[in-house]
Design a protein around this ligand. Structure first.
Ligand code: SAM
Length: 248
């Protein structure tokens, strides 16, 4: 999968792109990130990328020309059919809220473009006439879209086949099943008088799977009860929830 990132600060990506999961995915040829400095597509002596907002107000606004030109130069290098369906995503606190289903949706594309804004934001014509999607990573305002792009890349690449050590790793995780994940333990079996639940040491895989599923439901009910409305549960699990909801 290929990510093309438009940014004024390509150096911000150096750390995340040279460590951990990303590095593994890159070395296996499963993912490529191309960083495009928006400033390279300016034509004036000062490489101007921003200007004052029409109508006044605080801060500067990113100009449309370098952003359009960067995307169009990318598109000119690909077959026209691919260029026409290329997802061009603007990172903005005004976009749809990023989530695991959106990460899954993005992971099905061979290539996506992420546009990182800065300052007061981007000229509205970019949003109206260039981008195909707008994503926010949360209801707060960041100084720029770079961290948001990194969050999205991280969440998406771990879903690509071959990136995680075990393909099953991402299937059980919080949000993948509509539930939060069950509690995890590792050695030692007893730490400061706090034992690991016995069932996990039993070697009985059916009991372990049942315990984990139940714990995931209990945890979700306690922390994110609204998620249960969308989770796929069988009758026994529905009854368990009803029981848990009863006042003790
Ligand atoms: N004035 C803009 C507004 O109120 O919507 C916010 C601009 S913000 C300071 C600068 C840039 O950071 C945005 O253009 C966007 O690319 C990025 N950004 C900020 N918060 C974000 C969020 N929650 N999700 C994704 N991108 C965000």
């Amino acid at each position: 999968m290929q990510f093309d990132i438009l940014t004024l600060f390509p150096e911000m990506f150096q750390g995340p792109l040279s460590t951990g999961l990303f590095q593994r995915a890159d070395s296996r040829g499963l993912v490529a990130v191309n960083l495009h400095n928006i400033r390279d597509h300016t034509h004036d002596r000062h490489h101007t990328v921003d200007d004052y907002p029409y109508g006044g107000g605080a801060g500067m606004v990113l100009k449309p020309e370098p952003i359009f030109e960067t995307v169009e130069s990318l598109q000119s290098e690909m077959p026209s059919e691919q260029a026409a369906t290329l997802p061009i995503i603007l990172l903005t606190p005004q976009g749809r809220l990023f989530s695991q289903p959106i990460a899954e949706e993005l992971s099905r594309h061979p290539q996506i473009v992420l546009i990182c804004g800065r300052y007061e934001g981007i000229d509205e014509r970019v949003r109206e006439y260039l981008v195909t999607d707008e994503i926010s990573i949360g209801d707060y305002v960041l100084g720029g879209g770079e961290l948001a792009a990194m969050v999205i890349i991280d969440a998406v690449i771990r879903l690509l086949p071959g990136v995680l050590g075990s393909e099953k790793s991402s299937l059980d995780e919080s949000h993948a099943t509509g539930l939060l994940e069950y509690p995890q333990y590792t050695r030692p079996p007893v730490y400061r008088d706090w034992p690991v639940p016995e069932v996990l040491l039993s070697g009985n895989h059916a009991h372990i799977a049942e315990w984990r599923r139940e714990q995931a439901i209990i945890r979700t009910l306690k922390r994110r009860p609204e998620m249960l409305e969308r989770a796929r549960l069988d009758n026994k699990e529905e009854r368990l929830i009803e029981r848990l909801k009863q006042p003790r």
